[in-house]
Design a protein around this ligand. Sequence first.
Ligand code: HEC
Ligand code: HEC
Length: 208
Amino acid sequence: MKFRRTLLALSLSVAMIAMSGTVGAEDGNADRGKVLGYTCHGCHGVPDYKNAYPNYSVPKLGAQHGAYLQAALKEYRDQNRSHPTMFAQASSLSDQDRADIAAYFSTATPIPSGQVQGTPPAVTQTCVACHGNDGVSKVADYPSLAGQYPDYIEQALHAYKSGKRKNPIMAGFAAGLSDADIQAIGAFFGQQKGLCSTDQVLKHGKCQ
Ligand code: HEC
Ligand code: HEC
């Protein structure tokens, strides 16, 4: 009897771990992440700072999901996302470094407001199941898009579509999008409330 109860407890805890999802994501120490992530503000903490050639905004990381931040950093390191600067930034980070940095930037994860600004383009119907009606994703593996720079969202979608970013889920969803769809998607999610540039996390510990 005792044995069976132990087994039950064990399988329950395995199920809980499985449910908490976020494959490969670790818990981080935000204080250590603050120190490690200091250099990141040079680009991610300057509102409207642009990547050169091609020209598009450096993405907002403030309040992004930690599990997603860790996954994205691994993708730059492994060149599943090709970006020379981010490769250089990510290639020297350990699992623990990534977890700590992610813990720091994600401190201010926004609560889904459910308040949608503007009219969602019809093409976003398939997207909101993962990215949230208002662009605030409820699943840590799926990035929030709310308040992200529209030109960065567009750049990312073109990169999934062309195969420059290798991600099996998003390759499928981006494949059918036209240039006009991509522009409308960027504008819609960009005007929602959510992410912020990292200078706000540095100054206030949250998005303001
Ligand atoms: C020289 C400027 C620069 C610096 C410094 C920099 N980044 Fe980036 N980062 C970028 C650009 C540009 C992109 C967008 C790349 C792309 O198109 O995929 C990016 C993308 C990212 C992404 C993906 C965001 C998303 O929404 O998918 C993460 C995560 C990230 N950077 C983390 C960091 C961290 C952590 C540091 C510091 C250790 C850092 N970056 C330093 C320019 C920079
Ligand atoms: C089944 C869940 C799912 C659906 C549906 C989905 N996505 Fe995604 N999306 C993801 C995941 C997972 C990623 C992260 C991929 C990676 O690691 O590069 C992502 C990444 C993105 C990014 C890049 C964000 C960033 O910060 O770099 C954009 C933009 C995006 N999705 C837009 C869309 C749009 C537009 C649609 C609908 C046409 C859509 N997604 C449908 C799961 C989904």
